[in-house]
Design a protein around this ligand. Structure first.
Ligand code: PLP
Length: 405
């Protein structure tokens, strides 16, 4: 599979249009200036725009879609195709690019979870699809999850009318499996928090012949994660399209077994009498998602990483220059695996709370969004336009200095 993927990328590189992206694509997206000629729609609406020093948050509208994906979006808007033909072809291309058996574009990772679950339940029986979630006759009704992997997004599974069975140990997992067990679900980000990790989990699923789904929504970079989990043996893998991949915020990817992806699509638009009918992805988004993946695979990931490191270092150094402030650089092991900064300080010396700093950053010019709890201000730079880190560094320092005197 990996060889096939590389071959395809080489072929794409040989095309004049795509070949031009090699080497230069890494920062093209980010080079786009936030202010462009023409109407200023956000201004007309009286909306606040901001520097995103927080990361990929739905509430903050996720990511900035790459210009390549915008081009694809605009291209798609000019001509009709049938939705199923488009999903078929884009799915094939995505599977080739990523190196998995099959793929489809969904309305976000949460939608990938719902549609994938539906596919596991219905197989290729569209009558069953029309009965989810109210009449589960003839379908399995239990999905097993480790307690430490249960998060709000598990609601996307429950949409399909199944119950979540929580377990902790390998023995509990074995004991919980019965004739009603439809699927085993895994949250990649919490692999190290659970008592059962990949290898044992997959062994159990394979032994009992139960499909396994993994939620990898926020888990690129690194790019290899796109194929790591199907290669590992998971039957279905879910990614967000509008996080690290920088496709449309309303898109996601469902990757994995051909039979299960085909089954999942029985619950997806245009089919109306389904749990997924409200999860429409339009032609523009589908094509833009495909091109976002292509662009992501061709990116100079090392160069991009070095840029993020230098940006984080700059903000770190500005914060650290204020007496009593102790910023710390870290990289989360799985989800949001990018250089990140956690700024803490001695509130006896710097008399301001993290909430007040976040508010001051938000209210300042330019407005800056950060995250963190009551203990720290947390920053990443991977969702910024290059250069914006300078404004963030300056504002962070200004606010902390003012509170220190
Ligand atoms: C973001 C996220 C989701 C939801 O992804 P969408 O693409 O917004 O639907 C699901 N699971 C996890 C772990 C996430 O981080």
């Amino acid at each position: 599979m990996a060889t096939k993927r590389r071959d395809l990328l080489r072929q794409l590189a040989a095309l004049p249009l795509v070949g031009g992206m090699f080497g230069t694509a890494a920062f093209r997206a980010a080079d786009r200036l936030p202010v462009r000629p023409g109407r200023d729609y956000y201004k007309e609406l009286g909306l606040r725009t901001f520097i995103n020093a927080a990361g990929t948050y739905t509430a903050l509208t996720g990511c900035l879609i790459t210009p390549e994906a915008v081009d694809a979006y605009n291209y798609a808007s000019g001509q009709y195709v049938t939705l199923d033909d488009l999903q078929d072809k884009v799915g094939e291309r995505l599977a080739e690019l990523i190196g998995c058996e099959a793929a489809t574009v969904t309305a976000g990772a949460a939608s990938a979870i719902t549609l994938g679950t539906a596919g596991v339940l219905t197989g290729l029986d569209s009558k069953k699809a029309s009965r989810i979630p109210n009449d589960m006759t003839g379908m399995k009704t239990e999905v097993i999850i480790q307690k430490s992997h249960v998060i709000g997004y598990a609601h996307a599974i429950k949409n399909c009318g199944v119950n979540i069975i929580e377990i902790e140990t390998l023995k509990e997992l074995e004991d919980a499996i019965n004739e009603k067990t439809a699927m085993l679900w895994f949250l990649n980000a919490n692999n190290f928090l659970g008592k059962i990790q990949y290898k044992e989990f997959i062994e159990v699923g394979k032994k009992h012949g139960i499909p396994m789904m993994i939620d990898c929504a926020a888990d690129v970079p690194p790019v290899e994660n796109l194929w790591k989990y199907t290669d590992m043996g998971f039957d279905l893998v879910c990614f967000s399209g509008g996080k690290g991949l920088r496709g449309p915020q309303s898109c996601g990817l469902l990757l994995g077994r051909k039979d299960l992806i085909a089954a999942a699509r029985l619950s997806a638009p245009p089919r109306g009498d389904t749990v997924g009918r409200g999860m429409k992805v339009n032609k523009e988004e589908i094509l833009a998602m495909m091109i976002a993946v292509e662009t992501y695979l061709n990116r100079d990931h090392e160069k991009e990483w070095k840029l993020w490191e230098s940006q984080i270092q700059l903000i770190h150094d500005h914060a650290a220059s204020v007496a009593g402030v102790t910023p710390e650089i870290h990289v989360p092991e799985i989800a949001n695996h990018v250089p990140s900064l956690r700024i803490r300080w001695d509130q006896e010396k710097v008399k301001i709370t993290p909430n007040e700093v976040r508010q001051a950053l938000r209210n300042g010019h330019p407005s800056i969004e950060t995250v963190g709890g009551g203990e720290s201000v947390d920053i990443t730079t991977w969702m910024m336009n290059p250069g914006e880190e300078r404004a963030v560094a300056r504002r962070v320092k200004e606010i902390l200095v003012a509170a220190a005197s």
